[in-house]
Structures are given as structure tokens and as C-alpha cells.
Design a protein around this ligand. Structure first.
Ligand SMILES: Cc1cc2nc3c(=O)[nH]c(=O)nc-3n(C[C@H](O)[C@H](O)[C@H](O)COP(=O)(O)OP(=O)(O)OC[C@H]3O[C@@H](n4cnc5c(N)ncnc54)[C@H](O)[C@@H]3O)c2cc1C
Length: 483
């Protein structure tokens, strides 16, 4: 760390660390951020495909219109214009029947999606009615005190949702939003997706898709803006241990590069924000701090859920759609990313790139990769007739086993707040208490909340979180929103 005074030392340069840096720097604090890897952005990362020379994302990320804090962050670090806002989603039934989903103009929330929902041709009328009833019940039951302890799968069975309605509606919406299966997701987290993510406001369900690789957003553009606000970055600096006691953090031990040499950073007059992922955070705390922060230790045993990105290069276009949701199939979303505008070289003209995303993909573990690709190809052939004639030139299957923490029933109460009982030590990360599942929105919220906690510890009470999209009277009433 350089010799200048640092008010806030952030450990971890994912989106949570970057959001903490933004919030603190904008309050006039001197910020230094340490990141173990050479690149910032954490799980929101990209790689370079050697064959085409193109930079691609490990896995497609999208944000929704309801992600008010992420969108605020994006504006403030000058990356908002790098997203395209999609107001219409294309759902393809297993038989290839397309139903488009979009808010009906001038219809107030939460009824703005009713026309699209009633037009879902691949659900029977009795299922459509049963699902609509259950969505309203979910809004009510999901705020009950025990809602976080109930599994969504069990709740749906109690609501007598048919297997087809579960497969073709509930799984489609929730598995990709929560990154977890219905059995392993809590009722409260499912309610969040429907009430805040889809029904609360006509624009809440818009999907924002990056127009550039994630690295451009979080490793290039955001850091440039943050540096202009005085934030210092130390990439390739691995935190080995945070040392201290109930009196506060004394020092942070780091290794720069692969030197093997350890350096101590004196933190007796610095606020330290631990922004590493949930499965690693506790391991960075010395023994006395682990004893003081049992919630952080407990989070290390929260299981991960995997997400897989299947990268496919065809010899011809397989669909004119830029994105599509595949219903009732292993392949859940198809995207056709095109980052040509920011690449030094255009992509080869004879290759057409697509990415299939499979959330909660633990079922792929142990399966031969070729068998997975075969099934994905069969999925695409079933719904995109043009893909049957297309030749698959090459493919990559990227599975991230620690993609997101599981939103298991009972987790909400275990998530620690950003303020800890150790003076000068704060937490950030999508896993801390934000009421959001593992998302970019959750990561930004945690960063803003960490900055709030730092200010509060210095005697200033500030509210840095951006409000949710406003809910009208009808939405508040039908969705049981407590004001
Ligand atoms: C495959 C996949 C798909 C996803 N899709 C979406 C999506 O579509 N929409 C969405 O909103 N979210 C999505 N997410 C979730 C989203 O990426 C995460 O919620 C978010 O990036 C978490 O940010 P974070 O800063 O909390 O954690 P991380 O990104 O994990 O950042 C933690 C940082 O700490 C660093 N670190 C760890 N240990 C040390 C150490 N010892 N010293 C220094 N630094 C350290 C890490 O290198 C990392 O940079 C997806 C995630 C994955 C993996």
C-alpha cells in the first residue's frame, strides 16, 4: 500500500468491493482496494477465446430493471450506456412455440404482465389460472415470519401446482433468477423475484444485457472512473490474514504477486472492508477474529450452486433472436453476444457465436462433457429449426461450481450485516445481509451498506441505498407490500 493516508482498505475487487470504493470515495474518503487476481470484477469476469481472438464472458450476466442500486452504480462509474434494455422476452416452449413476454403499456402494476402471462400458449388454461392464484398467494405467504424457512418446492406442492406448471413456469422464472433449484430455494427468496423483480413496477422485469465483455465494465471502465475519484488499486495482492482482536483490526498480512514474501499493513487507524466471497471470507480472519465473528465462519459452510455457460460456434446463424428463454429443457437461456464494436479485430465472418446458460447446474457434475453438448444441441435443434442444418464448429463448457451461494431455507437470518462487532472491520459481498440473492444488485447493495456502516461508526447517519422502484397502491395492496 502506498504511503499516503488510507481511510478505507477494501479486501477484494469484485463488484461489492468496487461499489464500496465508489460510495466511500464519493464521501471524500481515501480508498485503497487490494485484489488477489490481476483483474477486477471477481465472478463477473471474461476470458479470451484464442481461436477467434475475441473476449467473451465466462458466463452471460444480465440485470433487471428492478436493480436500482446496480443501475445507480453503473451510472456513477460511467458504464450504464454499455447495457441494452430489453423490454420483451422470448419464451420458447419445448415444442418450439414462441410466446413473448412484455409489460402492456398503460396497464398498472401488478397487472402489466397479465396479458403476456395469459398468452403463454404452452400452459393449459387450468394451469394458467392455478399459477396466477399461486403468484398472489406467494406475495402473501412470502412475508410471513417463517417464509424464509420454507422450501419453494414444498410450498408449490402444497399449492397443488401441476408438474407441468412447475416445470414450465415456476422453474423457468426462479431457477435462473435465484441460481438454485426450487427444492433448495426459500419461499421468501422466490417472493422477492416475483414482487420486486417482475410485478412491483412495469419496468421491474426489463432485462439489461451488457453490450461489451464484463471485463470492460469492471476491470477497465469502472476502475478508470474510480481512479479519477482517488481510489488506488493494488491488483495481484493476496490477503493472507486479517489480524486483530475485540479492540479492532491491527494489521492485514498480504502477499504481493507470487513472491512468497509477506508484508504487514498497519490498520490501526484504517477501516477495513472484507469483500471476499462467502466461502473464503472466514479463512482470511485470524483465530481471535473468527471467534468474534461466528456468522462469517458459518457462512463458509453454506453450499454453492453451480452455473454453466456453454459456448458454441456455428458455421451459420441459428436464430435471428439475440436472446431467448428455453422452457422445460436443460438449456435455459440462449444469448447471441456480439462484442465486435470493442474488439481490436472483428470476429471471423464464418463463425456465429452463441452462449447457452444453465443455472443450478450441479446435475452436470459427473456427466461427460460431450453428452452435455449433445443434449444442448438437441435442445437448440428442437426449437430453432435453422440450427439443424448448422455445423457446430467448436464448443467450450465453462462450469463455475462456486457461482452463487444457495438461497437455502433458513439462510436469511444467518447472513451477517456489513457492520461487525470488531471496531473498524466491515463486510461487503453479495452474501452479506441485503435481502437479495447472489446478484450484481446484491453485491452493489452490500457495498453501499458497508459504506453506510463505516460512516455510522464515525457518527454520521447516511442512507446510501437507492430506493426500490416505486409501487403503486394496487401493487402494494395485491402484493402485500409492507410500507
Ligand atoms: C456463472 C455466473 C453467472 C452469474 N449470472 C449473474 C447474472 O446474470 N446476474 C447477476 O446479477 N448476477 C449473476 N451472477 C452473480 C454475480 O456474479 C455475483 O453475485 C457478484 O459478481 C458477486 O460480487 P462480489 O463482489 O460479492 O463477489 P466476487 O465477485 O466473488 O468478488 C470477490 C473478490 O475477492 C477477491 N478475493 C478473494 N480472496 C482474496 C484474497 N485473499 N485477497 C484479495 N482478494 C481476494 C476475488 O478474487 C474476487 O475478485 C453470476 C455469477 C456467476 C459465477
Amino acid at each position: 500500500m502506498n504511503a499516503r493516508r488510507t481511510d478505507v482498505l477494501i479486501l477484494g475487487g469484485g463488484v461489492a468491493g468496487l461499489a464500496t470504493a465508489l460510495a466511500c470515495a464519493d464521501l471524500g474518503r481515501k480508498v485503497t482496494l487490494l485484489e488477489a487476481r490481476k483483474k477486477l470484477g471477481g465472478r463477473a469476469a471474461s476470458w479470451t477465446d484464442r481461436t477467434s481472438g475475441q473476449e467473451l464472458d465466462h458466463c452471460q450476466h444480465v440485470v433487471m430493471g428492478c436493480c436500482t442500486n446496480f443501475l445507480d452504480f453503473a451510472e456513477r462509474v460511467q458504464i450504464a450506456r454499455e447495457f441494452s434494455r430489453e423490454e420483451r422476452l422470448h419464451f420458447l416452449s419445448p415444442e418450439g412455440i414462441r410466446s413473448d413476454f412484455a409489460a402492456t403499456p398503460l396497464v398498472p402494476a401488478p397487472l402489466h404482465l397479465a396479458t403476456s402471462f395469459l398468452g403463454l400458449k404452452y400452459l393449459s388454461w387450468s394451469d394458467r389460472i392455478a399459477v396466477a392464484r399461486a403468484v398472489l398467494d406467494l406475495a402473501r405467504d412470502g412475508v410471513r415470519d417463517d417464509a424464509d424457512n420454507q422450501s419453494m418446492g414444498a410450498w408449490l406442492r402444497a399449492k397443488q401446482q401441476s408438474p407441468l406448471a412447475i416445470e414450465r413456469f415456476w422453474q423457468v422464472v426462479l431457477v435462473s433468477a435465484l441460481g438454485e433449484s426450487l427444492e433448495r430455494s426459500s419461499l421468501a427468496s422466490a417472493r422477492k423475484v416475483f414482487v420486486d423483480g417482475l410485478l412491483g413496477h412495469p419496468r421491474a422485469g426489463d432485462v439489461l444485457i451488457p453490450k461489451v465483455p464484463l471485463r470492460f465494465l469492471f476491470d477497465v471502465r469502472a476502475p478508470i472512473e474510480l481512479a479519477s475519484k482517488g481510489v488506488t488499486f493494488e491488483r495481484g495482492t493476496t490477503v493472507r490474514s486479517i489480524e486483530g482482536s475485540s479492540a479492532g483490526v491491527e494489521r492485514v498480512i498480504v502477499e504481493r504477486g507470487q513472491s512468497g514474501q509477506l508484508h504487514a499493513i498497519d490498520c490501526s487507524a484504517t477501516n477495513v472492508v472484507l469483500a471476499a466471497p462467502w466461502h473464503l471470507a472466514a479463512s482470511l480472519l485470524c483465530q481471535p477474529l473468527q471467534q468474534l465473528l461466528p456468522q462469517v465462519v458459518e457462512m463458509a459452510s453454506v453450499p454453492s450452486s453451480a452455473i454453466s455457460g456453454v459456448h458454441l460456434w456455428f458455421d451459420q446463424p441459428i436464430t435471428p433472436l439475440r436472446h431467448a428463454v428455453l422452457v422445460g429443457r436443460l438449456s435455459q437461456w440462449l444469448f447471441a453476444p456480439n462484442f465486435a464494436s470493442v474488439m481490436p479485430e472483428p470476429p471471423p465472418a464464418d463463425e456465429h457465436y452463441y452462449q447457452v446458460v444453465i443455472s443450478a447446474s450441479r446435475s452436470l457434475v459427473g456427466r461427460a462433457r460431450e453428452a452435455v453438448i449433445e443434449e444442448v444441441r438437441a435442445d437448440l435443434a428442437a426449437v430453432f429449426p435453422r440450427s439443424r442444418a448448422a455445423k457446430l464448429l467448436r464448443w467450450q463448457l465453462v462450469s463455475e461450481q462456486d457461482a452463487v451461494f444457495s438461497v437455502l431455507p433458513g439462510l436469511a437470518a444467518k447472513r451477517p450485516t456489513q457492520l461487525t462487532r470488531v471496531p473498524g472491520l466491515f463486510l461487503a459481498g453479495d452474501w452479506t445481509r441485503t435481502e437479495w440473492p447472489a446478484t450484481l444488485e446484491g453485491a452493489v447493495r452490500s457495498g453501499y451498506l458497508a459504506a453506510e456502516a463505516i460512516e455510522r461508526s464515525r457518527g454520521s447517519v447516511l442512507s446510501l441505498l437507492r430506493p426500490d422502484l416505486p409501487k403503486n397502491w394496487l401493487a402494494r395492496t395485491l402484493l402485500h407490500v409492507r410500507s
